[in-house]
Each structure stands twice: as structure tokens, then as C-alpha cells.
Design a protein around this ligand. Structure first.
Ligand SMILES: Nc1nc2c(ncn2[C@@H]2O[C@H](COP(=O)(O)OP(=O)(O)OP(=O)(O)O)[C@@H](O)[C@H]2O)c(=O)[nH]1
Ligand SMILES: [Mg+2]
Length: 186
């Protein structure tokens, strides 16, 4: 049995729903914050994820980061040594989608020592009538950047867990691959 700690940095423009996604996941779907409270720094949420078919657990340390540009320099100091990245956009906002590349670059400028898993999360799929960014656009961006694509609605509690489970599993795989390499050296 192994317990691993993974640091998951969550970024994206303001109001795309980062805090909502994180809080819905953290509370097992019991807490969707109806009123908007701007994140002004980085909020840390910790949640254990059990890895299927093992007795291992990945404790996800979720760094829910402020999206407002005014805080951007300050919050980057919290992102050192990331183990996973989540970039979130709002499917009704073109600006939030085009900003994803910027957020990704900012986290990657922390120069993680190893390849880290990452996901692109298209949130607010419940606002279907106002949707501007198609699944194909999101998927293309994700694959161009070596990331996995997910869609969710924090409001409707739909598919919010999937990207976090994916990251926890990928992080666990990376750990096991390293252990196997070390075994061959001993
Ligand atoms: N319709 C809809 N609204 C959502 C959804 N997720 C979040 N919201 C709303 O979007 C607004 C912003 O949500 P937050 O989670 O605070 O956004 P944020 O990305 O954390 O914003 P910053 O902290 O400023 O970076 C709130 O009013 C939420 O209720 C969703 O899936 N669907
Ligand atoms: Mg927030």
C-alpha cells in the first residue's frame, strides 16, 4: 500500500468555474457555490483518490488559483514543483478558451523536472444554447498540447470527478514506472 502526494495546479481565466469545479469534487457533489466569490490567491484543497485495482491512494493537493490578471504574478510563487495541471475554460467564452495557452505556458515555466500529466476542462456545458467553443476545438487544443480533454458542468454536477481521477491515475502510473526503473538498477 502506497500513499502518494500529487500537486494539482488549477488555472484558467476568472469566472470560468475553477473554484466551483474544485469544490464540487472536494465535497463529493454536495457543494456548488451558487454565489460567485472571487479567488484572490491560491486555495488549497486536499482530497484522497483511491487507485482502482490497487490498495494505493493518491492524495491530490489541489491548488485552486485566482484567474484575475491582477493576482497573476503573486500566485505563480505557489506553483513550484507541480505534479499535474488542470486548465479550465468556459464553453460560452471565447476569451477564456484562447487564454488556455497563456495559462499553460505560465505553469510550464515552473519547469517541472519530469513530464507531468495535464487536462483541459471545458466547463459550463449546461449553457448549451450559449455555447461558442465546440468539443472539437477543445479536443484539438488538448491534443496539440499533449493534454487530455474533459467536459463538465459544475452546476449540474456532471463529470466533475473524471479529470481529477484521470490525473491521480496518471500520477500513480508515473510513480510506478519510476519504481520499475529503479528496480532494474538495483
Ligand atoms: N451555468 C454554470 N455556471 C457555473 C458553472 N460553474 C461555475 N459557474 C458559475 O460561474 C461563476 C464563477 O465561478 P467560480 O468557480 O467562482 O469561478 P473561478 O474560475 O473560480 O473564478 P476566479 O476565482 O475569479 O478565478 C459563479 O457564479 C458560478 O456559480 C457551471 O458549470 N455552469
Ligand atoms: Mg475561484
Amino acid at each position: 500500500m502506497v500513499v502518494l502526494r500529487g500537486k494539482c495546479v488549477v488555472v484558467g481565466d476568472s469566472t470560468v468555474g475553477k473554484s466551483s469545479v474544485c469544490q464540487v469534487f472536494h465535497s463529493d457533489g454536495s457543494h456548488f457555490p451558487k454565489n460567485y466569490t472571487m479567488t484572490t490567491s491560491v486555495e488549497l484543497l486536499v482530497k484522497p483518490v483511491t487507485i482502482p485495482d490497487t490498495r494505493d491512494t493518491v492524495e491530490l493537493y489541489i491548488y485552486d488559483s485566482a484567474g484575475k490578471e491582477i493576482f497573476s504574478e503573486y500566485i505563480q510563487s505557489f506553483w513550484q514543483h507541480p505534479s499535474a495541471i488542470m486548465v479550465v475554460y468556459d464553453v460560452t467564452s471565447e476569451t477564456s478558451f484562447t487564454s488556455c495557452a497563456k495559462w499553460l505556458n505560465r505553469v510550464m515555466s515552473q519547469k517541472p523536472e519530469v513530464h507531468i500529466p495535464g487536462v483541459v476542462v471545458a466547463n459550463k456545458t449546461d449553457l448549451d444554447q450559449r455555447r461558442i467553443i465546440s468539443p472539437k476545438m477543445g479536443k484539438d487544443f488538448a491534443s496539440q498540447n499533449g493534454l487530455e480533454y474533459f467536459e463538465c458542468s459544475a452546476k449540474e454536477l456532471q463529470n466533475v470527478d473524471a479529470p481529477f481521477y484521470y490525473l491521480a491515475n496518471e500520477f500513480h502510473k508515473l510513480y510506478h514506472n519510476r519504481v520499475e526503473v529503479l528496480k532494474t538498477l538495483s
